[in-house]
Design a protein around this ligand. Structure first.
Ligand code: LER
Ligand code: MN
Length: 278
């Protein structure tokens, strides 16, 4: 497994779920120095980054871009896939497709977390699902032409009321029937929603395309009461060899959080510990 760190450009809202919210040259230099294999970039719009410059920085620091996350399209852009207004849904799809086109240049995946949208008040789950599946199929079809994978991330009930647990995510994946859409478990959300984290991971099996890790309090792994060794052992036993990306609160400060996460993950992933901190 490889290790990733969630970051965003300096213009992102302080509410973005990232460790570094900084100029890319600063965040990438720090992530590489700490020994991460890659960074996950939280973007609101593809135009926020210059792809040439991003490519040069990734190459300079020997980092990968395993995923682009879309939570900011929802929280800052205020557009999502289940919105009752078709013009808002179209804007959400356009943002997602723009990020897919950017991701294609770097072999990155694109996550669909809160951007799927909620079940709106007075509406049914079926109505939300119909709109989400329409948007998902459109974006996945476009992503397939570029060889990009989308990632459906179940998110806990205190952030959204639609697709909270891994079993719910698997149900929606099955209904969507898009081969290039995988599941993205986030153990922070699973700790709230899933009866058993290992059992849900085993049930998801080969559908898992990417993983977010944090401890129970969303601090760095090792700082809460989640059984993360068991989580990583379960993923390993499933044959998962993708990214475990730290999406954690920048507490007590971003550098300390980023360092604590990589130390903990590296100690538990010895076989992949061939990228020492430098
Ligand atoms: C939000 O809590 C989260 O986990 C993100 O990755 C999805 O928007
Ligand atoms: Mn997450």
């Amino acid at each position: 497994m490889k290790t990733g760190l969630a970051i965003a450009p300096e213009n992102a809202s302080p509410l973005a779920f990232v460790v570094y919210r900084d100029r890319l040259e600063v965040a990438l230099e720090k992530a590489a120095r700490l020994g991460y294999d890659g960074v996950e970039l939280a973007l609101r719009d593809a135009a926020e980054v210059d792809p040439e410059r991003l490519g040069a920085l990734l190459a300079q620091h020997g980092l990968e871009l395993p995923a682009i996350s879309t939570g900011r399209v929802f929280s800052e852009g205020q557009v999502w896939c289940t919105h009752p207004d078709p013009s808002v849904r179209r804007r959400a799809a356009a943002h997602i497709k723009g990020l897919v086109a950017l991701a294609a240049r770097f072999g990155a995946r694109v996550n669909l977390g809160r951007v799927r949208g909620p079940i709106h008040e007075g509406e049914t789950r079926e109505a939300a699902q119909e709109r989400f599946l329409e948007c998902l199929r459109e974006c996945a079809g476009y992503a397939a032409t570029l060889g990009v994978e989308l990632l459906l991330e179940p998110v806990n009930r205190y952030e959204i009321n639609y697709i909270n647990s891994v079993p719910e995510g698997l149900e929606v994946l099955e209904a969507a029937g898009c081969p290039n859409v995988k599941l993205m478990p986030d153990v922070f959300h699973m700790n709230i929603e899933d009866g058993s984290i290992p059992a849900s991971l085993i049930r998801a099996g080969e559908a898992i395309g990417y993983v977010h890790v944090a401890d129970s309090n969303r601090r760095a792994p090792g700082q809460g009461h989640l059984n993360l060794p068991e989580v990583l052992m379960t993923l390993e036993a499933l044959g998962y060899r993708g990214y475990v990306t730290a999406e954690i609160l920048p507490y007590p400060d971003p550098d300390t959080a980023a360092q604590a996460a990589i130390r903990y993950l590296r100690a538990l992933l010895p076989a992949q510990g061939d990228r020492p901190a430098r």
